[in-house]
Design a protein around this ligand. Structure first.
Ligand SMILES: NC(=O)c1ccc[n+]([C@@H]2O[C@H](COP(=O)([O-])OP(=O)(O)OC[C@H]3O[C@@H](n4cnc5c(N)ncnc54)[C@H](O)[C@@H]3O)[C@@H](O)[C@H]2O)c1
Ligand SMILES: [Zn+2]
Length: 364
């Protein structure tokens, strides 16, 4: 069983870390064990993933002291209240500062485990084993950790980088198809924002991706992670270029918020958000309208939505978008395209163009 790809996230102060991507890595201790420094390990997972993969992971850790925390499943549990169950487990079992936390799950588990690692005794090591496509190509890489607050999503958190990210593509076989599509939305995003060649490659391979073709999937995950790793290496704390990763997200967050979190999956909302962002870029004369149609065709092949719900008005979008963290000094800062594969931050889109871009991609 060999690893098919290893990438590195290059960071200062000896914090660089590897991303291993391949089939069956969850059955191979050689990726995991070199990244565990002490004798104690705490696995954080949830009640859906534990029956599928927890035993396999524990069996790689035979001679360590291993505790596991099973969180309830769902974004609504990504809260400070739920965090306590992780801290309780660590304290009750006297985990010390050399303990290693392991996140086994999707983005919710990864963000919470990461935040526990960032805060427990002022910071301990952690390893990401992401099990959704979204977490494999996005949330497990880059060190953003945290939880939601009733007044805002991801509003409580910390930057804390993992020791390693171990991506086993096999786990995607049990992932619901809708979650797979939601992850593909972020894969498409990397092509659009910074990698035109990759975007065209996705267009050519979308059927194989949906069918979970092993080599195509590994390639898509690796190229996505490479794009994210390059951006994180340039701008770890989102002072500049990292904001480009939010392509489609300001519009998408408005859809998520309006529908109630969990009704639309994040990747579904981002899918429509990217369509609106490209439409706006076309209205501003930066790309052709054919590119918007082309993106819609690709997203449809990935079983993703391309229009916002018909109960949402442009006014509602604008209200929700001005609550979004991408607003600076009252001006709407949006990620738009200068060309396919070339995203930019702009604050000069006219209100009439924004309204038109939203309206032309609302379900009738
Ligand atoms: N930290 C970051 O940089 C970053 C980036 C993007 C998103 N996020 C966060 O990620 C979260 C979304 O993550 P997600 O899309 O992975 O959702 P998720 O973690 O809720 O997982 C989706 C569902 O799939 C289940 N699941 C996970 N792996 C499975 C598998 N292999 N087989 C069967 N079922 C499986 C989960 O239990 C859950 O029900 C959000 O909270 C978002 O804020 C963080
Ligand atoms: Zn996203």
């Amino acid at each position: 069983m060999s690893c098919q790809q290893t990438l590195t996230v290059n960071l200062s102060d000896n914090r660089s870390y590897p991303i291993y991507i391949g089939q069956d890595l969850l059955n191979d201790a050689s990726y995991l064990r070199p990244h565990i420094k002490g004798q104690q390990v705490c696995i954080v997972t949830n009640t859906t993933i534990a029956p599928l993969y927890l035993d396999a992971l524990i069996s790689l850790l035979g001679d360590y002291h291993v505790d596991s925390v099973l969180l309830p499943d769902g974004e609504s549990y990504k809260s400070l209240e739920t965090m306590n169950s992780i801290y309780n487990c660590l304290l009750e079992n006297t985990h010390n500062r050399t303990t290693t936390l392991i996140a086994l799950g999707g983005g919710v588990v990864g963000d919470m485990c990461g935040y526990a690692a960032a805060t427990y005794q002022r910071g301990v090591n952690f390893i990401q084993i992401p099990t959704t496509l979204l977490s494999q190509v996005d949330s497990s890489v880059g060190g953003k950790t945290g939880v939601n607050h009733p007044l805002g999503k991801n509003m409580i958190g910390a930057f804390h980088q993992p020791q390693a990210v171990i991506i086993d593509t096999n786990v995607l076989k049990t992932l619901p198809a809708r979650e797979l599509s939601a992850g593909l939305s972020e894969v498409v995003k990397y092509g659009l924002l910074g990698d035109k060649k990759f975007y065209h490659w996705i267009e050519e391979n979308i059927e194989s991706l949906i069918a979970l073709d092993e080599s195509v999937l590994t390639e898509a995950i690796a190229r996505s992670c490479q794009n994210k790793a390059d951006i994180v290496a340039l701008d770890e704390r989102e002072g500049g270029v990292r904001a480009l990763l939010n392509l489609g997200h300001t519009f998408g967050h408005a859809i998520e918020a309006a529908q109630g979190y969990g009704v639309w999956l994040h990747g579904e909302a981002v899918s429509v958000g990217m369509v609106i962002a490209l439409e706006l870029s076309a209205l501003m004369g930066k790309i052709s309208h054919d590119e918007v149609d082309r993106l819609c065709r690709l997203l449809k092949k990935a079983d993703l939505p391309t229009s916002s719900p018909n109960n949402m008005t442009a006014k509602q979008f604008l209200q929700l978008m001005s609550l979004d963290k991408k607003v600076l000094d009252g001006r709407l800062r949006l990620i738009l395209l200068d060309a396919i594969g070339q995203a930019v931050v702009r604050d000069d889109a006219s209100m009439s163009n924004i309204v038109q871009a939203i309206a032309s991609h609302t379900a009738k």
